[in-house]
Write a protein that binds this ligand. Structure first.
Ligand code: NDP
Length: 495
């Protein structure tokens, strides 16, 4: 067997080995075999990376650069990501097993965040305040926060990093990134491009390792001012608790159990495709998965028949093959978690009308594959309807009318996204108003953009990524008061 590729962290502009000397294996989900050795970063490595980021924030070329200069660097970085999109996508597929078609698209699109926020860097203006006091000149400055930590998951590593990194750098912060232990390689390859773009050393550092070790240390580090996290709700809650001890600013993009609501007046062919895209794209491993399919009773049976017939045609197999439609599950724990939920659905009494088992097709080899699965007869109170599976497992729930659809859609702790399928213009406008979710798609699904704020209601998270406002989330406001009076009035009372 060929020797495994040994990866290096990026700290202070240099390749870095872990202080412990320990490495762990990264697996290819399609073969189920290791392909690289990842540095097991720990407290000492986090300390070095945060110290480098702090030095870069406080002195040297980075704070000397004005906002326009930061914008130039970000646009150069976006260009480099675009030039290297295919190579980065291949690295991601090797680590997370998602389709090359999907990751290639993501990597060709991710540069937009660097271009957009690069353009925005020098358009954030402070204000001269119409102050109500005589002989006083008062204005605001928007300043960066300092060293920011970014903890990214395994499903779309570099896209989700771009959502955080582009506004953070545009605002003038410095950064330490901790990728998922399952998909560290792409963030390390990306760090080379950051250096090539001309960012001063220490501005972006990448420490690899386990969430419970490197991740926890990074969140708790006293010199980290802000944390941006995407991942599961359990880990996100823990991050929030740890960050609270240091009163750090936090944004969390967490799980979901999104309702995809199909009304009887929908364009049925499009709605079937929308339901498929909501749950089987990315093998269901996406926070916005439309994993609860709410179908109006009058079309329920016909819709399910069409959906199942379509899903049966999905081609499974090698994610590197451009015509594969459903790839493997990214991690072994996730694979086991999904299989566990098939047992939960059975115990709940849901009726399996498609799949419901591990995929043992020849084209799936030794990979971690689960058959596209559809359950009908699901009640929204069942565990299979309430808990995030993060896999290709769909629960179909019938509803009678608009009120019941909205009630079921909102009867969940999550609120990340929702889909609505209707040709009725009033419904298309009124139903989104009533859904408690950060994103509602009407007659489409899984669309994201650098111009569109994204984030969760309820336990799906805190804060918004993308869109113009996002850059403000990486800044703090300073108010400066200048007195032009020649005499200081009574010092014992408030001005
Ligand atoms: P986690 O939420 O545990 O992992 C996300 C990131 O957080 C990883 O980089 C992880 O590192 C890190 N992390 C984990 N624990 C901590 C901690 N205490 N402090 C700091 N960082 C931490 O996701 P899992 O991989 O365990 O997946 C579990 C579930 O989360 C999935 O089944 C799915 O439901 C959900 N999920 C949601 C995602 C989303 O896009 N919203 C993305 C991924 C998962 P490490 O990998 O080294 O543990």
């Amino acid at each position: 067997m060929a020797a495994l590729e040994k990866l290096s962290m990026h700290i202070d502009g240099d390749a870095a080995a872990p202080a412990s000397g320990d490495y762990f294996e990264s697996f290819n989900p399609y073969t189920g075999k290791p392909w690289a050795l990842v540095p097991r970063g720990g407290a000492a490595d986090v300390d070095r990376a945060v110290a480098a980021a702090k030095r870069a924030f406080e002195g040297g070329d980075w704070p000397a650069l004005n906002a326009t200069g930061r914008g130039h660097l970000l646009r150069r970085l976006g260009d480099l990501v675009a030039e290297n999109a295919d190579r980065l996508a291949e690295i991601e597929v090797r680590d997370n097993g998602k389709l090359i078609a999907e990751m290639g698209l993501q990597l060709r699109y991710a540069p937009q965040w660097y271009h957009y926020f690069g353009g925005l860097a020098d358009k954030v203006e402070g204000a001269v305040l119409p102050i109500d006091k005589a002989d006083t000149f008062t204005y605001t400055l928007n300043e960066p926060l300092g060293v920011c930590a970014m903890i990214i998951p395994w499903n779309s590593p570099l896209l989700l990093l771009a959502w955080k990194l582009a506004p953070a750098l545009a605002a003038g912060n410095t950064v330490v990134v901790k990728p998922s232990e399952f998909t560290s390689a792409s963030a390390l390859a990306f760090a080379d491009l950051v250096a090539e773009a001309g960012f001063p050393k220490g501005v972006v550092n990448v420490v690899t390792g386990f969430g419970a070790e490197a991740g926890e240390k990074l969140v708790a580090h006293p010199d980290v001012a802000r944390i941006a996290f995407t991942g599961g709700t359990a880990s996100g809650t823990r991050v929030y608790q740890n960050a609270a001890a240091g009163l750090k600013k936090v944004s969390l993009e967490l799980g979901g159990k999104s309702p995809n609501i199909v009304f009887a007046d929908c364009h049925m062919e499009n709605a079937v495709k929308g339901a498929i895209s909501g749950i089987f794209a990315a093998t269901g491993q996406t926070c916005i998965a439309g994993s609860r399919l709410l179908v109006q009773e009058s079309i329920h049976n016909e819709f399910v028949d069409r959906l199942v017939a379509f899903a049966k045609t999905a081609k499974m197999g090698d994610p590197m093959s451009p015509d594969t439609q459903v790839g493997p599950v990214t991690t072994q724990p996730q694979y086991e978690k999904i299989l566990g939920y098939l047992d939960v659905a059975r115990a709940d009494g849901a009726e399996c009308v498609l799949g419901g088992a591990k995929a043992e097709r020849p084209e799936c080899g030794d990979g971690w594959f689960v058959e596209p699965t559809v359950y009908t007869g699901v009640d929204n109170k069942m565990r299979i309807a309430q808990e995030e599976v993060f896999g290709p497992v769909l629960s179909v729930i019938p509803f009678r009318d608009d009120d019941e659809a909205v009630a079921i859609a909102n009867d969940i702790v999550y609120g990340l996204a929702a889909g609505v399928w209707t040709t009725d213009i009033s419904r298309a406008i009124e139903i989104p108003k009533r859904i408690r979710a950060g994103t509602v798609w009407v007659n489409t699904y899984r669309a994201v953009s650098y111009v569109a704020p994204f984030g969760g209601y309820k336990r799906s998270g805190l804060g918004r990524e993308s869109g113009q406002q996002a850059i403000r989330d990486w800044m703090q406001t300073k108010t400066v008061w200048i007195s032009t009076a020649t005499e200081t009035p009574n010092p014992f009372v408030m001005r």
